[in-house]
Structure formats: C-alpha cells, structure tokens
Design a protein around this ligand. Structure first.
Ligand code: FES
Ligand code: FES
Length: 163
C-alpha cells in the first residue's frame, strides 16, 4: 500500500500529511500531528473518547479514515480554547467537577460543543441524548450534564458553580 499526501483543515489551520489509505483520523491526529487531546480507548466506535467534529458534527475519529476528512473542517479539543483562555464549556466542566480521570473529557467536550453550536439552550434530555455515545467510567454523568447546561447559560449561576 502506498502513502499519499493529503491536506487536512484542523482547527482552521491546514496540515499536509502523508498517510496510508487505511489510516484513521485518530492515528493521524495523535501520531503524525501531535494532537494528543483526542483519546483512543475502544478503537472500535463504542466509547466516544476519540470524538472530534467534522463540519460541526461529532464523529468517531477511530472509525473515520484520514482520507475521508479531506475537504472538511475538523475541530479537535485543542481548538476549543482561545489561547490560554478556556471556552465557557471547558471552564464549566472544571467549575462543576465534571472531570475526574479526564480520559473521556475531550470526547465529551466535542460532543457537547457540537450540541451547543446547534442548540444554545438545550434541556437535560437534549444534553443526555447528545452525550449518549460518550462513555464515562468515573463521574456518573450528572455533573457533566450540569456542566453543559451551565455552559449554555454562563450567567445563570447555580449552587454547584464555584465561579
Ligand atoms: S476509541 Fe473511538 S469510539 Fe472508542
Ligand atoms: S472522567 Fe474518567 S472516564 Fe470520564
């Protein structure tokens, strides 16, 4: 199998990279572009830890070939913060204790960020539906759901919020 050069638009920057036709987006992000925010757990589309966005939609990068991602706008967890300034969503995860081991967090953030781009005021049902494909072994989900809800309404302070 021969390598080919592709161009990927990741977090609004273009990257030219040599890939095999069967290389996953996950492997290219982590191993060739040093974007290790995206995590691999199951490697077979079940856990959601490898979630990134393609054209605003959450996708499992372990099931997406890098060549399929050409021409799309890819957003990874590295694209959420503005320099040193965390996004409201990231800050809300911290404020609400929604991060424990943190392994699921990048995928959770990317699914939640996609939801909030489409629905700025999601109810609990919509949040749980958007995160249904993201598995967390630590938190029990309640704090994650709260963090997403609060990020949608950052000025609506709640008793669990330390800010
Ligand atoms: S590593 Fe991709 S879904 Fe689990
Ligand atoms: S915080 Fe540990 S898996 Fe979610």
């Amino acid at each position: 199998m021969e390598k080919m050069e592709i161009t990927l638009n990741i977090n609004d920057k273009f990257h030219e990279v040599m890939v095999y036709p069967n290389e996953t987006l996950l492997d290219v992000l982590r191993e060739k572009l040093d974007m290790t925010g995206v995590k691999e757990s199951c490697g077979e589309g079940v856990c959601g830890s490898c979630t990134v966005q393609m054209d605003g939609k959450p996708v499992r990068s372990c099931l997406t070939l890098a060549v399929e991602a050409q021409g799309a706008k890819i957003k990874t967890v590295e694209g959420l913060a503005n320099g040193e300034e965390l996004s409201d969503l990231q800050q809300s995860f911290i404020d609400h204790g929604a991060v424990q081991c943190g392994f699921c967090t990048p995928g959770m953030l990317m699914s939640a960020d996609a939801l909030l781009s489409e629905n700025q005021n999601p109810d609990e049902k919509a949040i749980r539906k958007a995160l249904a494909g993201n598995i967390c072994r630590c938190t029990g989900y309640a704090k994650i759901v709260l963090a997403v809800a609060h990020a949608a309404e950052p000025n609506d302070h709640c008793s669990d919020c330390k800010s």
